[in-house]
Design a protein around this ligand. Sequence first.
Ligand code: ADP
Ligand code: MG
Length: 587
Amino acid sequence: MPIHVLSPEVAAKIAAGEVVERPASVVKELIENSIDAGARSIRVEVRDGGQRLIRIADDGGGIPPDELPLAFARHATSKLSSMDDLERITTLGFRGEALASIGAVSRLTMVSRPVGSNAGALIRIEGGQQVRLGEQGAPPGTAVTVENLFYNVPARLKFLKAPATEAGHIHRVVTRYALAFPEIRFHLKLNERVALQTSGNGALYDVLLEVFGLETCRQMIALPDEDAGHDGDHTARSGQQPARVAGYVGMPSAHHAQRDHIMLFVNRRWVQDRLLSTAVVQAYHTLLPVGRYPVAALSVTVDPTEGDVNVHPAKSEVKFRDQQAVFGAVQKAVRAAVIMASDPPQLAIRPGGSRNPDTPPWQAPGDWRQMSHFGFEAQRTMPGEGESDLSVGASRLPVLRVLGQLAQTYLIAEGPDGLYLIDQHAAHERVLYEQLQHQRAETAVPVQQLLQPVVLELTPAQAAVLDAEAAVLAQIGFDIEPFGGYAYRLRAVPELLLPADPAAAVGDILAAMAEGAVPLSRRSDERVLTTVCKRAAIKAGQSLSLHEMHELVHNLERCQAPRTCPHGRPTILHLSAVQLAREFGRG
Ligand code: ADP
Ligand code: MG
């Protein structure tokens, strides 16, 4: 075939395919137009996964009748005129491609009436051709109806998934905008069923309630700067700070198997950004169980010149000028909120949930996970909620008075509001972990030379790990030298490991490094730290003197994150005075 220029019709369809991938892309583009038009209310109606019909109606500014045809011309926009504007985009759209693209691959009707005008107009486009234009009575605002999407692009039609799947994509898209714009009322109807309805009252928490439900929302914490980013300006100037972070994050107890409960918005655009979601996950370091992810809905505001959203219309990436600074701001904000709110899990006595109601609650509680078998459950509550009036938001522990030891595994203590049970192993792990972390940061880890160096016979795999991580091990206080073949000589260890068997500890560490056994930590130094602490910590079944118990509790009180061990398990459970009174029938 000789080279020739494509017919405008073919070129338009190809270009349209770039913008409109599936029904959810139509919904996305039309919602963005409504938001850009200043809508306070956006109604979305979908039939058969959007392939048959998508209708979006808003109460925004509208389009003057004489501009209607132009809105469907390619590269026609009212949002941008010069290259300079592109530098500081404050609207969601700016390419002038969406309406032209959607019109090229569907039968589209738009009815619009500008605010302040009493005449509305209607335009109908079929496969890119204008087939109608005329006056039409309508309420102020704009309504777009898209029918028979891809009717003239069989290749696209073939790739559409089942209507329920496409409807799911649409649901997710609408949800994201509802979260990003709590001041706009969203209403989504899928085949006559109301799938989402927000109030538009401006409170992000109320949207979260709709999206995640009460159970999850109870376990969410507002970042201090909650209102920031929702003050009407998409891209409020952030002053000196690289990024302003606002929104809600889940308590460590609200965790999920996937990252998809982490919702991120940059300048009120939903983004899918591995780096930012990693910043959130790392903020929970040592607070979550293995392989679990937190919940978050975070709005990051950067100066428009600091971030580039000028990416492909169908993509949801963002580029920052200073990635590290934004990463750090997110991690810091989330960490602070989570630490602040991590009150000890409460022991909730469940009248009906107990397997054996005759078993006294305090008898041999066993593993914390099995507490519910004895009528207990480990439960965390939002500060200010539940039975306890335990110092709200305190990251530190209350001052505790140790009463004794239970089953040589738990310490029993009295605090300002009732009874506390402390897992001696988990608590000691936390204490050692923070000590060691601090000492390492100061490059002052106390090291003990072994009187008798220990020869380690390693497997080739272990030796490889050891060689790769030699620097990390040295930093934490291990002195290990090659001793021919796969043998190594252990000459010194971090002092806190001394009561333990040093060779066994090194074996553990190598295994942990090889497997990546530590939650959320790709970093091998963290793995070494947690493994050392696990080895060195007091074990369950070890009897402690009153002095040792005092010291442990005192050290735990001084920790930054005293309420979980470095693996994310609780160190302390709480039975409040109120609960006790209730259980004893004291009212
Ligand atoms: P863009 O959003 O990139 O400008 P579109 O093709 O999506 O391009 O829309 C073209 C133009 O049509 C917009 O710039 C805007 O002026 C107008 N428009 C589209 N949808 C609406 C709407 N819902 N309300 C008011 N004006 C709209
Ligand atoms: Mg647009």
